[in-house]
Design a protein around this ligand. Sequence first.
Ligand SMILES: Cc1cc2nc3c(=O)[nH]c(=O)nc-3n(C[C@H](O)[C@H](O)[C@H](O)COP(=O)(O)O)c2cc1C
Length: 218
Amino acid sequence: MWTKRILALLMVVVFVAQAALGADELKPIALPKPQMDGGKPLMQALKERQTLRAFSTRELPAQVLSNLLWAANGINRPDSGKRTAPTAVNWQEIDVYVVLKDGVYLYDSKEHALQPVVAGDLRALAGKQPLAKVVPVNLVFVADRAKMGRAADADKDFYSATDTGYVSQNVYLFCASEGLATVVRGMVDRPALAKAINLRPEQRVILTQAVGYPKEKE
Ligand SMILES: Cc1cc2nc3c(=O)[nH]c(=O)nc-3n(C[C@H](O)[C@H](O)[C@H](O)COP(=O)(O)O)c2cc1C
């Protein structure tokens, strides 16, 4: 008798939990148009480029997130669809996944929008250091080797690493220009993160990069 009641209660709990999860499903986010003027002069941004690892929990406004993603790997020549970062053979194999508090999104450069990938706070998986959990934005640079033609595996490794470097440096320079803190990270559990964001076997996590406001000095 009691076993039946407990089972029935458990089923209700599971049903309610599933309903709640469904309600939490992510929606695409249309980003505001990126602002392509302004910012610090290039030489000043280069002078100020640095790694900072102490972050405030303050969220990035939508416009700043929009500008950041466009600077990272947005389309800067709409006629050809080419990007702010170069890629070998113009493979454009580097995708930027965006880990926010409510879930993970894929930056869609054509629509300049965020496409939902998975709901939930996965920030802790974006890097092994504790900062990953508190920083408002973690970028994940993913190489889609399916876009790299018939290149040998060693070439795919080499070019996906170099191509990621350009995207990361764009982020560093944008952060220097905007007074944001950032750190690129190789210390990340790649298989765990790849699984959590449902990557295909040909997709590889290369690096992650945290972006936020610098922690105020206490
Ligand atoms: C490929 C790469 C991987 C890195 N991985 C990490 C990391 O996992 N954690 C970290 O705190 N910093 C990481 N860094 C940041 C470096 O430690 C940092 O760039 C270096 O200390 C020089 O400091 P600077 O960027 O201020 O010039 C990485 C940098 C690069 C280029």
